[in-house]
Write a protein that binds this ligand. Structure first.
Ligand SMILES: Nc1ncnc2c1ncn2[C@@H]1O[C@H](COP(=O)(O)OP(=O)(O)OP(=O)(O)O)[C@@H](O)[C@H]1O
Length: 281
């Protein structure tokens, strides 16, 4: 394991007494598990629920895995986890006194989610905010991620406890914001943007989902949520528009069938260009 001491590669072993531990406006970052070495931590957030955040997280992870990077997904949506199901994974994840082992998808992505720790995948998580936030911290401190180039974090919707914990406690490089084309989008995207900004977390870009649906017979595009305002919002916030995704039933079917590892989401094909480089060029 490298002895490199940066805020993103700090581990219990390599960074004992490390200065970077003291960075971050007086809030010290949590130390990763001693057997993890993670280069870039990337969040995926949304101002409201159901806009396709998990879908975008998994698409980004697939894209980077296909390019040969070592990739993980931390499912921080503790009360509504959907990542394991998308990849057809079921618990129980294994653990020993060194930590908890993530499960691995067919396309070699390491996954940790509360659903891999529950006795039954339909058991509800009825925990209060601080307990949920602690679980997310444990996904960082107790999970043996090994060596990763990118760890994507699928956050719960909104600006609550979990994004706050992740922004304050993990060495996050930046976030993507996912949204849908509705009237409220201005306010909702701005809330998510403003939270990241207040926490000094860069926004890499915005992704619009459910932009249109294409008629399978005539190819005509229908904007079922109305006209998009995402270009204006992106310009106003001065962040790139990373992609616009239609409703694509083949993707939804893959997510339901647990075969999302086979999906190459071409609507986000340039997303990788907005990510910080994990490897020296
Ligand atoms: N572009 C799309 N085309 C077809 N189905 C989609 C698309 N985007 C998302 N879905 C489907 O919509 C549902 C919600 O998506 P997803 O779980 O990614 O949303 P989310 O924002 O993560 O939700 P939550 O608020 O629960 O965290 C899922 O069943 C997903 O497969």
């Amino acid at each position: 394991m490298s002895r490199d001491c940066s805020s993103t590669t700090c581990t219990k072993e390599s960074c004992e007494g490390c200065k970077s531990k003291e960075k971050g406006a007086g809030i010290s970052k949590e130390m990763a598990n001693g057997y993890s070495e993670i280069k870039k931590v990337i969040g995926v957030v949304s101002g409201k629920g159901g806009v396709g955040k998990s879908f975008v997280t998994a698409s980004l992870a697939n894209q980077m895995a296909a390019k040969g990077y070592r990739v993980g997904i931390m499912d921080a949506d503790i009360t509504g986890p959907s990542i394991p199901k998308m990849y057809g994974l079921k618990g129980a994840a294994q653990a020993d006194d060194q930590g908890i082992y993530p499960m691995i998808t067919e396309n070699d992505i390491k996954i940790m989610s509360v659903n891999l720790l529950l006795p039954k995948e339909d058991a509800p998580v009825i925990w209060r905010g601080p307990v949920i936030s602690n679980m997310v911290k444990q996904f960082w401190t107790d999970v043996i991620w090994g060596e990763l180039d990118y760890l994507f974090i699928d956050m719960p919707p909104g600006t609550g406890d979990v994004p706050l914990t992740v922004f304050q406690s993990l060495p996050i490089e930046g976030v993507f914001i996912v949204t849908s084309p509705q009237e409220l989008v201005h306010m909702i995207v701005k809330k998510a943007y403003n939270m990241a900004d207040m926490m000094h977390v860069p926004v890499f870009g915005v992704v619009e989902n459910y932009s249109y649906v294409k008629c399978p017979d005539c190819g005509k595009e229908f904007k079922i949520f109305g006209d998009s305002h995402i270009e204006e919002v992106a310009a106003e916030l001065n962040v790139p528009l990373v992609g616009k995704m239609p409703i694509d039933t083949s993707f939804a079917e893959a997510a339901d069938a647990g075969t999302f590892g086979q999906i190459d989401n071409t609507y986000l094909k340039d997303a990788y260009t907005y990510l910080p480089k994990a490897l020296e060029e």
